[in-house]
Design a protein around this ligand. Structure first.
Ligand code: KG4
Ligand code: ZN
Length: 347
């Protein structure tokens, strides 16, 4: 089954062709990050306008890269929420129009579900490496099994989800205030490190001492919910009290370590309590090198298997939407051309 998928929930215009929910035939991502940089964050009205400008070219490129004529597409999928409503509408309507014209099913996908399904994709990079004889196909693809616990961490979400089977989710915990990525971005903006904050903090932290400042690990022993706004405030208060440290990397690395400790330990606790074998990671913040390292190390210590998508599939992309749509169709999801964008959609 060939699915054409479109993702425009935030500031990336992406289209992909995915075969049988696993194989990425193409995954084109046009990022607006350079455009929004001068504003220090995403400007929603401009984001939707940019999506309109490039959507046709991005979809055509995805079809061309996959060498799939439009008539061979079996279903069309698009993100319908959560996200910026003006951005969502562009991809959603474009995808609906294609499905309508082709008389093929249209499958609306929840963006968070899409992030989780990045764990089911076979990654081009690794596949190419395999062909060159450099490495094996990652074991996560053949072995990730239900039930598993997934930590979804992005700019808009921080959630612990128990995935019992395909498209069967139970949300166990979520952030009560800022999302983890939002905390990274806000701290970076306060420290005037630049935009987008997450990757810049990750890079700078490599030169700093994560033990330099002992920032609070909020709600560590209080169930499965998270809170990150206190950590952000702790960074602000530290600078107000002590001034900007001589070695900014120490401050940044200490903040990152506090955020990562909270994410990793909560996830391990849930996995223990739910008695699962596998832990999966998803969303933009799962590109964070310290989070990837620490989760792998702690999971190994505690006897869990870990699935972490390769870097290009952690941040927003359409291939993950194509994978989720495939499993939705396989589990009885019907075409729905009437659906509207829902900016506050939950899983
Ligand atoms: O999933 P995503 O691309 O978009 C949303 O659905 O929100 O995630 C974007 C978020 C941003 O907050 C960005 O700063 C963060 O992911 N991010 C990172 C890293 N790469 C992206 N945060 C920490 N370390 C990174 N390497
Ligand atoms: Zn996302």
């Amino acid at each position: 089954m060939l699915i054409l998928a479109i993702e425009t929930s935030c500031d990336e215009t992406s289209a992909a062709v995915v075969k049988n929910g696993k194989e990425i035939l193409s995954n084109v991502i046009a990022s607006q990050v350079e455009f929004h940089k001068k504003y220090g964050g995403i400007v929603p009205e401009l984001a939707s306008r940019k999506h309109i400008e490039v959507i046709a070219a991005v979809v055509n490129q995805a079809l061309a890269d996959s060498k799939t004529p439009l008539k061979n597409i079996d279903a069309v999928a698009a993100t319908f929420g959560p996200g910026l409503v003006g951005s969502l509408i562009v991809g959603l309507n474009y995808a609906k129009a294609i499905a309508y014209a082709l008389k093929k099913p249209f499958i609306p996908v929840n963006h968070i579900e899409g992030h989780i399904y990045a764990n089911f994709l076979e990654m081009g990079d690794e596949r190419r490496e395999t062909r060159k004889g450099k490495s094996h196909l990652p074991s996560r693809i053949s072995h990730l099994s239900f039930p598993f616990v997934c930590l979804v961490v992005s700019g808009g979400h921080t959630q612990l989800i128990l995935m019992k089977d395909h498209i069967k989710y139970e949300t166990l915990g979520r952030t009560r205030d800022d999302a983890a990525g939002e905390a990274f971005d806000k701290v970076a903006r306060f420290l005037e490190i630049g935009y987008p904050g997450g990757p810049l903090i990750d890079e700078m932290s490599k030169k700093g001492d994560p033990k330099a400042i002992d920032f609070p690990r909020a709600m560590m022993d209080e169930g499965y919910d998270f809170s990150f706004s206190g950590l952000k405030t702790a960074v602000v208060n530290y600078v107000k009290r002590n001034g900007m440290p001589e070695k900014l990397a120490d401050l940044v690395a200490s903040f990152q370590q506090a955020a990562v400790d909270i994410l990793v330990e909560k996830t391990i606790n849930v996995a223990k309590n739910k008695k699962v074998k596998w832990i999966a990671l998803a969303g933009g913040v799962s590109a964070n090198s310290r989070l990837r390292e620490d989760l792998k190390r702690r999971a190994k210590e505690e006897g869990f298997e870990v699935s972490i998508p390769p870097l290009p599939l952690c941040t927003d992309n359409a291939a993950m939407i194509g994978s989720a749509a495939y499993y939705m169709i396989k589990n009885g999801k019907k075409s729905d051309l009437d659906i509207e964008a829902v900016s506050t959609l939950r899983i």
